[in-house]
Design a protein around this ligand. Structure first.
Ligand SMILES: Nc1ncnc2c1ncn2[C@@H]1O[C@H](COP(=O)(O)OP(=O)(O)OP(=O)(O)O)[C@@H](O)[C@H]1O
Length: 350
């Protein structure tokens, strides 16, 4: 696909090693009273202003060339704040960001030429049709009209969006709109893609199309991908490495397998009771202090031997009649997050 980006992208400066993105000591605080939900009443001082929020609190990251690098963390961990700085849309208070050899703190404008960014909310193109959104992105990225139309056709074809090409984005379902915005992000190929929860709301077919398109660009162009996600299963399947964020800090960074090895000796046992747990049974009462309780669900993270014994206790005796469901699973990145002391309720999006 001819994109014409070669004419518009700033030169890729050699970094001396295979790093595409190096972040050091990144700090970003939202000032007191800032945020979208600042009501007129609050502005008049009728309500106390919200305190300042340190959304990124000294973040270090190294993303290698061609990596699919994940940023995983619970709601409010600071993921979107981080990627908005990586894409030049938000200025850090302190710290450095080097992207393909460019200092993005001094030159945030350069990010637009290096990064294809799919944000969480993409409403800018809502009035446009799917085809026009893709073509307009190409034009905004400096492509000529012919090249932009060719790139549009190629990407709509690749993502099987031909049937929706003439529909305005605002009239599509959430998953369809997300796929259309992803398609537009790919036009005018950038060496780095930053995707903030790209597959939210998509059905499995669309999800597969997204990951196939990402893989193709990594294979053919060595594209580097930074992915923000809540989806632990997706993260474990697609990511090369992952940084786990909690309250604005990176609490771990490794391959998914390397992180899971931190809790390799454990298994997770989920018990769902029909009604109340049968606490009159001593074996069940003994498990209670070890369980994280959410309604009728008990989640236990136990050494393998202890988990085996617990399964025998709940399935072999009178407790079984009180049980609605149970599962035994190897640890996931969710368990790693909790074992590392993550203070959110977990990684699952609320
Ligand atoms: N514009 C803003 N003004 C004030 N506070 C903000 C603003 N944007 C984000 N925050 C706060 O900064 C913190 C980090 O928010 P951020 O959106 O970066 O988290 P996140 O990890 O992307 O969350 P989610 O997974 O829910 O999207 C949160 O406490 C949030 O409430």
């Amino acid at each position: 696909m001819s994109t014409g980006t070669e004419e518009t992208a700033p030169p890729v400066v050699a970094t001396g090693r295979d790093a595409v993105c190096t972040v050091r000591g990144l700090i970003r605080t939202y000032p007191a009273g800032s945020g979208a939900r600042r009501t007129p009443a609050r502005r008049r001082g009728a309500e106390p202003a919200a305190p300042p929020v340190r959304a990124n609190d000294g973040i270090d990251l190294d993303v290698g060339r061609g990596e699919l690098f994940g940023i995983l963390g619970p709601n409010g961990a600071g993921k979107t704040t981080l990627v908005r700085q990586l894409t030049g849309l938000l200025r850090p208070d302190a710290g450095s960001i080097e992207l393909l050899g460019h200092d993005l703190v001094r030159h945030p404008d350069r990010a637009a030429r290096l990064v294809g960014y799919l944000g969480q909310e993409s409403t800018a193109f809502d009035e446009l049709t799917v085809a026009l959104a893709a073509e307009t992105t190409g034009r905004l990225r400096g492509m000529g009209a012919v090249a932009a139309r060719a790139a549009r056709d190629a990407v709509l074809d690749e993502l099987d969006l031909g049937a929706l090409a003439g529909r305005p984005l605002k009239k599509l379902s959430g998953g369809q709109r997300r796929l259309a915005c992803f398609a537009a992000t790919l036009v005018g190929e950038r060496p780095v893609l930053v995707l903030d929860e790209p597959t939210t709301g998509m059905d499995p077919v669309a999800r597969r199309a997204v990951w196939a398109a990402v893989d193709r660009r990594r294979d053919e162009s060595g594209t580097t991908v930074v992915l923000v996600t809540h989806n632990v299963i997706e993260a474990e399947t697609v990511l090369d490495r992952v940084a786990v964020l909690d309250r604005g800090r990176v609490i771990a960074s490794d391959t998914p397998a390397g992180l899971r090895a931190l809790v390799a000796g454990e298994v997770r046992l989920d018990l769902v009771w029909r009604y109340d747990a049968p606490l009159g049974l001593p074996a069940i009462a003994a498990l209670r202090p070890l369980a994280e309780i959410s309604g009728r669900r008990w989640t236990l993270r136990l050494p393998q031997d202890r988990a085996r014994a617990a399964v025998a206790e709940v399935t072999g005796g009178p407790a079984f009649a009180a049980l609605d469901d149970f599962t035994l699973a190897v640890p996931s990145l969710e368990d790693v997050y909790l074992a590392l002391g993550g203070r959110g309720k977990g990684l699952t999006k609320l």
